[in-house]
Design a protein around this ligand. Structure first.
Ligand code: FAD
Ligand code: NAG
Ligand code: NAG
Ligand code: NAG
Ligand code: NAG
Ligand code: NAG
Length: 509
């Protein structure tokens, strides 16, 4: 219907009427940017709304927030085709105020990966995961999902530091940093990237690494979608060891002990750098009327009952812990948060203290109460995550060449707090739930400030669109990112024609 109304309006035919002869074998689509893609020889890579595969592709977005309907979806097969698409789209008639979106895994919950009024570049076919033994580098495509990357690399008995949820995509994850099970020895996921292949707005394909375009290499480590389209990540690989992987459920009445043990774990991270801990709170009426605490306790060397978890393990489980000795590929394949609903999220860091942990836990309870009143208990489920963010992660990043995120990790050990909520009803309830969440986030921030426990970092991969993760990197890094964006995209097209995600041009200096 959309397509028809556009066709009949005739408005969007202006590009053709005014333009060059149409030499594609396909009839014009009625959308200047889609016609431009056809003209450029990409007709086999375009999905139009009239095709069944188009609808399936929209459905494949993880959250409902992202299921917009672009004029067409273009699915380039390699970096060269990405460059062709870039040039064709930026050269097309921009009348009608249309814009361009980029999709890799499509897992971002805030809708920054798709667009109604414009074209989406879908990197699904850029999904390689290959290993070169000589260089110990794994080349990973942005459109791949982490579970597939791990499965492919396992054939060479290596792994890379990527996502824990197997359904998350490579592209967005690494641009925001990447929180992984390997932080204690490897820093952020992006710290393993030795080379980025990038398609710039002028259509040139560059490699950014420590020697060539090193400014772009550094900026891409946490700098988000501000410089060009990344078409390949070359990552340092690690041996594919089995993980000791334990998932537990604990009664919320043990919250004070959880807070104490989490803080102690984080403050002593250097003693057990192969351990990874995620603590979460979940209120899910289909499981329980009460909030349940969960922990994910991993040792990346496969060591069972690592001493790092000794204290936590004294807290009794509600149900028998799920204990596995498994590869990262198996862990990721078995761990995928279900999509297909509306999503809200927000994130903060605060200093690693028992008091702030307890405050955050009590704020979750208050949020649940507010949500029950607002949209009804059966219509939502919460997942609030706590992850250690000690200064030593920043030290590791620095040793590996630095990134945009780690500067804030210099002063004190912190907690990475992330609020996530599944809303099962409708967009209106999502908006309401998000505004309650934003209020809670602001309250937690001002509480942490009031007791001298505020830290700056707003982690990009978990941030809501109202937050300012790039600004949280500090004035020096903001200026740096602005300089790099200007050098590689002098016309600022990645800021204007690609408006989604966190844009460096909208950060105040
Ligand atoms: C259930 C769940 C679990 C998660 N687990 C983790 C975790 O363990 N650790 C962690 O750090 N994060 C995690 N995340 C957050 C996740 O990293 C982000 O949502 C990330 O953006 C997803 O990457 P993607 O490729 O699927 O994203 P997309 O949705 O495809 O893209 C995200 C953003 O990046 C831009 N982009 C994508 N690819 C490119 C590219 N090649 N070039 C330029 N711009 C690009 C897009 O335009 C979009 O704005 C999780 C999220 C969820 C919902
Ligand atoms: C027409 O197609 C040819 C060959 O594919 C290409 O070189 C040329 O640029 C196209 N013309 C236009 C106007 O796009
Ligand atoms: C948690 O503990 C309290 C107090 O002992 C008990 O009433 C409640 O049923 C427990 N909840 C769960 C989910 O086990
Ligand atoms: C690990 O700890 C659990 C719980 O204390 C215990 O049941 C199990 O035997 C331990 N496993 C090993 C290998 O020590
Ligand atoms: C809530 O619990 C149900 C039943 O176990 C599960 O299917 C669903 O995925 C849970 N929701 C969330 C957001 O965890
Ligand atoms: C595109 O921009 C890059 C970075 O500024 C530059 O190195 C390259 O030469 C440019 N390519 C063209 C074709 O102008």
């Amino acid at each position: 219907m959309r397509l028809k109304s556009f066709l009949s309006s005739g408005l969007f035919m202006s590009g053709l009427a005014a333009g060059t002869s149409f030499n594609s074998t396909q009839p014009p689509t009625g959308f200047p940017p889609c016609d431009a893609l056809m003209q450029a020889g990409l007709e086999k890579s375009i999905l139009l709304p009239t095709e069944p595969s188009y609808a399936a592709r929209i459905e494949s977005y993880w959250s409902l927030n992202s299921r917009q309907h672009p004029f067409c979806i273009v699915q380039p097969r390699n970096a060269k085709e990405v460059a062709t698409a870039m040039t064709a789209l930026l050269g097309a008639d921009s009348a009608g105020d249309w814009h361009i979106a980029i999709r890799s895994g499509g897992h971002n919950s805030g809708g920054a990966n798709n667009i109604d009024n414009g074209v989406t570049i879908d990197l699904v076919h850029l999904n390689e995961a290959t290993y070169d033994k000589k260089t110990n580098l794994a080349s990973v495509g942005p459109g791949a999902k982490w579970m597939d990357v791990y499965a492919k690399l396992a054939k060479d008995d290596v792994l890379v530091t990527g996502g824990r949820d197997g359904d998350v995509g490579v592209g967005g994850f690494l641009l925001g940093g990447g929180s992984t099970f390997f932080m204690g020895t490897e820093g952020f996921g992006c710290d393993a990237v030795k080379n980025y292949e990038v398609v710039l707005t002028n259509g040139t394909i560059v490699n950014a690494n420590e020697k060539a375009h090193s400014d772009l290499w550094l900026a891409l480590k946490g700098g988000g979608s501000n410089f060009g389209i990344v078409t390949r990540y070359d990552m340092e690989a690690l041996p594919n060891k089995k993980l000791a992987h334990k998932v537990r459920t604990i009664n919320i009445t043990h919250a004070p002990q959880i807070a104490r043990d989490f803080v102690e774990f984080t403050d002593n991270y250097e003693k057990f750098t192969n351990d990874a801990l995620v603590v979460y709170l979940t209120h899910n009426a289909t499981i329980s009327k009460e909030t349940i605490v969960g922990t994910i306790q991993v040792n990346t060397e496969g060591k069972v009952n690592s001493t790092g978890f000794e204290k936590l393990d004294e807290i009794p489980d509600i149900a028998p812990a799920q204990y596995d000795h498994i590869t990262l590929a198996e862990a990721a394949a078995g761990s995928q948060v279900a999509g297909g609903t509306w999503m809200c999220e927000a994130t903060l860091t605060f200093s690693n203290t028992k008091g702030l942990m307890k405050k955050a836990i009590s704020m979750h309870e208050r949020y649940v109460r507010d949500m029950k009143n607002a949209i009804g208990e059966e219509n939502f489920a919460t997942m609030f995550f706590f992850q250690p963010m000690p200064t030593m992660f920043g030290d590791i990043s620095k040793r590996r060449g630095g990134n945009m995120i780690a500067f804030d990790l210099e002063e004190k050990n912190a907690v990475l707090w992330t609020a996530g909520v599944v809303v099962k009803t409708n967009q209106q309830d999502r908006i309401h739930s998000q505004s309650l969440m934003n209020k809670m986030t602001a309250d937690l921030k001002s509480y942490s400030k009031s007791i001298g426990g505020a830290t700056n970092l707003v982690y990009l991969n978990y941030a809501d669109t109202t937050q300012d993760p790039l600004g949280s990197y500090g004035a020096k890094n903001v200026d740096y990112l602005k300089g790099v964006a200007k050098r590689y995209d002098s016309e600022g097209l990645f800021q204007t024609r690609f408006p989604l995600g966190f844009k460096i041009s909208s950060v105040g200096s």
